[in-house]
Design a protein around this ligand. Structure first.
Ligand SMILES: [Zn+2]
Length: 153
């Protein structure tokens, strides 16, 4: 789990940071839930309110947004919630926006935050939850830096 404090994430998420969990695309299945039902139960089987969209984000339910050469973000086409960020350098790895995960449906426990990135762009009014062992970066991590550089070539 990475919390990103970059200006773009903050404005797109309407929050002091965006929480991303890196997931292999093959391990990620999309489920669409109708917004009109707020009392949805969360069992996967036998629940007509959930629609399985499979592994691909090539569906009208998901809108794509490219703000840089390096990555593509996706949003829910109906409520505009941010869903993912995928770097061109690693297309099979999906940065899943953690707030979209239904923990009752998740096959694996959602990890706790491991690193805070782009802290130089953090809003002054927000104090990060600093814990022992959690890494802090003023900018991107080294691997992120490489993915960003690769996209410029
Ligand atoms: Zn960001």
């Amino acid at each position: 789990m990475t919390y990103c404090y970059c200006t773009t994430c903050r404005s797109l998420h309407g929050a002091p940071f965006a929480p991303f969990v890196d997931v292999r695309r093959e391990d990620l299945e999309w489920f669409e839930r109708s917004l009109s039902s707020s009392t949805t139960t969360t069992t996967r089987e036998g629940d007509g309110e959930w629609k399985n969209l499979g592994h691909s984000d090539e569906t009208p339910a998901i809108t794509k947004l490219r703000l840089s050469k390096a990555a593509t973000r996706t949003f829910c086409a109906s409520c505009h919630s941010p869903l993912t960020m995928v770097y061109n350098a690693v297309p099979d790895e999906v940065g899943l926006v953690a707030t979209t995960i239904d923990e009752k449906l998740s096959a694996a426990p959602v990890p706790k935050v491991e690193q805070h990135i782009y802290l130089a762009q953090k809003p002054g009014w927000y104090d990060i939850p600093v814990k022992e062992g959690v890494k802090l970066y003023d900018g991107p991590t080294d691997y992120l830096k490489k993915w960003l550089e690769d996209a410029q070539e």
